[in-house]
Design a protein around this ligand. Structure first.
Ligand code: EPU
Length: 338
């Protein structure tokens, strides 16, 4: 297998930040990976796994072997009475998988349309949008432990999914390559339309119950108006997580800012819309260096062309400080900093 050296990762991250990888190998199969792990020169080298590069911010060069996962393939594994089960290689673009399932009449992923990145990246951060998270449709995944070379299969419970979080960001951070993911799409299909933006689409639509294709189209249209297309404007989606605050903190913020957007959680606390907090601090559309706050969604930071990691992190820190000063809430950066 061919290993390139001194590779600029700029084309491999949606933020478009420059970073030199010491070594770079493309994996098109699990066999390629095993070959790499026993390679006399590259086997012992520290490694880092790259999928679609849509949820990473490079803060400097990477003195490691970058493993670019390009394991492809999609298939229907089975049609059970209570679910369709599909399997995809980790290197498949996530959105292509969503479209393929809808076109084949296996609905369930429509709310997760147009999310950038690959199938293998989806479980790492438990991608979510419009009222559905990957964990709601997840069956199991295959992976390889980079330290032992052992192959494993994880169930949903073993992945320890939480809001934009999984075991792969904690105990197994940097240790595994996800090779295949299986999804369970429940039958009979039920639309998920609770998210306010989708309710609005429903109200504007004929009084006919929307099908999965219709929801897919709505989600694509919503994302296109709110979020920048990484092919044109460098970005990594939401730059911060929506912060979870206690009931007391939520009440205190609401007293001073009655319009604050937040969703009550079962324990009485709330998940606040970070985009609202950032906008309320006056950041929408603001620029620092070559980094900017996206004018249509303040939760997204963008590369105006030629941005450096310093530009992005300086802007992010300034936003965090002002949100903290004003609301007493510390925002957590969502993409992985490398
Ligand atoms: N809002 C503002 N100003 C802004 C942005 C948002 O007031 O500049 C308000 C909106 O008006 C709305 C609320 O905040 O009332 C929520 O906004 P939106 O529906 O755009 O969703 P979000 O909470 O900002 C989350 C996810 C997105 C996902 C959308 C839709 C996180 C960190 N982000 O954003 O995920 O697409 O919901 O479900 O949870 C991603 O993770 O990269 C991502 C894009």
């Amino acid at each position: 297998m061919h290993v390139e050296t001194q590779v600029n990762l700029k084309p491999y991250n949606t933020f478009g930040l420059p970073a030199i990888a010491h070594a770079f190998a493309r994996l098109s199969s699990t066999a390629d990976l095993h070959q790499m792990l026993v390679h006399p020169e590259y086997g012992p080298m520290p490694k880092w796994v790259l999928g679609g590069g849509s949820n990473v911010v490079f803060t400097g060069d990477l003195p490691v072997l970058v493993l670019k996962v390009e394991i492809m393939g999609r298939r229907l594994l089975g049609t059970q009475e209570e679910a369709w089960v599909v399997e995809a290689g980790a290197g498949e673009p996530w959105h292509d998988l969503v479209r393929w399932t809808i076109e084949n009449g296996w609905p369930g992923l429509e709310n997760l349309a147009l999310i950038p990145g690959t199938v293998g990246g989806a479980p790492i951060q438990n991608i979510g949008a419009y009222g559905v998270e990957l964990k709601d449709r997840f069956d199991s995944l295959d992976g390889v432990d980079l330290e032992t070379g052992r192959e494993f299969c994880f169930t949903r419970e073993q992945c320890r999914f939480a809001y934009r979080d999984s075991i792969f960001k904690h105990a197994l951070a940097g240790r595994c390559v996800v090779t295949r993911v299986r999804l369970r799409l429940p039958r009979p299909w039920q639309p998920v339309l609770e998210y306010p933006d989708l309710r609005q689409c429903e109200r504007e639509h004929d009084p006919i119950r929307p099908d999965a294709r219709q929801i897919f189209d709505w989600v694509c249209a919503l994302r296109s108006t709110k979020l920048p297309d990484p092919d044109h404007v460098g970005n990594a989606g939401s730059f911060f997580k929506n912060p979870i605050v206690t009931a007391t903190r939520f009440a205190a913020i609401r007293r001073r800012h009655p319009n604050v957007v937040g969703y009550r959680l079962p324990d009485g606390g709330a998940k606040l819309a970070a985009g609202w907090l950032i906008e309320a601090c006056g950041w929408r559309g603001k620029t620092m260096g070559r980094a900017a706050v996206y004018p249509h969604q303040a939760l997204v930071l963008t590369n105006q062309g030629g941005a450096t990691a310093r530009d992005v992190l300086t802007l992010a820190e300034a936003i965090r400080a002002s949100v903290h000063d004003r609301f007493g809430v510390l925002l957590e950066i969502e993409p992985t900093l490398m």
